[in-house]
Design a protein around this ligand. Structure first.
Ligand SMILES: Cc1cc2nc3c(=O)[nH]c(=O)nc-3n(C[C@H](O)[C@H](O)[C@H](O)COP(=O)(O)O)c2cc1C
Length: 160
């Protein structure tokens, strides 16, 4: 088994597309963070999702994760998510509450519509002080959907 894992949360599929590109270029395993209560992925319902996500954020909720994630087998874990309300979705807090990434190397990436990483890479280092957090990759939504291959390969090379 590969010692690298690409772990991602995605509702509209763009963080998923970047995750798949990273897995393709690195040969890492790929795993989705699945919520117990699914989010509405119909982009016509954006306002409803925005309101729901804001409530989760304002109430500091910890949406439950449905699937078990084996992080023990991996030394290096890429973690990807969309930017939601200037930070990561609250389910990413659930991930860091539930799993201990001490001793692991975390490589974050995210999709966004202008906020870039919104300071979330620093938040990850605060939440996981005993992990090594490498320089992350923010990918604008349109690029994530059309092709992130070049951005991903340049970034992966810069981490070597
Ligand atoms: C609830 C919600 C909140 C968002 N908040 C932000 C934000 O604060 N800053 C930003 O740049 N983009 C924001 N976006 C845009 C998403 O980051 C962008 O659409 C992203 O590509 C979605 O990733 P996904 O396709 O993996 O779900 C928001 C989108 C949603 C649905």
């Amino acid at each position: 088994m590969s010692k690298e894992l690409v772990l991602y949360f995605s509702v509209y599929g763009t963080a998923k597309a970047v995750a798949e590109e990273i897995a393709k270029q690195t040969g890492a395993d790929l795993k989705e963070i699945e919520p117990v209560v699914p989010y509405d992925s119909d982009r016509n319902h954006y306002n409803a999702l925005a309101a729901y996500a804001k409530k989760e954020h304002d109430e500091n909720m910890r949406p439950a994760i449905k699937n078990e994630i084996n992080i023990a087998d991996y030394d290096t874990i890429y973690i990807g998510y969309p930017m939601w309300w200037y930070t990561f979705p609250m389910i990413i807090y659930t991930l860091f509450d539930k799993y201990d990434f001490s001793g692991k190397t975390i490589i974050p990436f995210n999709t966004h519509m202008g906020s870039r990483d919104g300071g979330t890479y620093k938040t990850i280092q605060k939440l996981e002080p005993n992990a090594k957090v490498l320089r992350g990759l923010p990918v604008e939504m349109g690029t994530a959907e059309s092709s992130s291959a070049l951005a991903v390969s340049k970034w992966l090379n810069s981490l070597k």
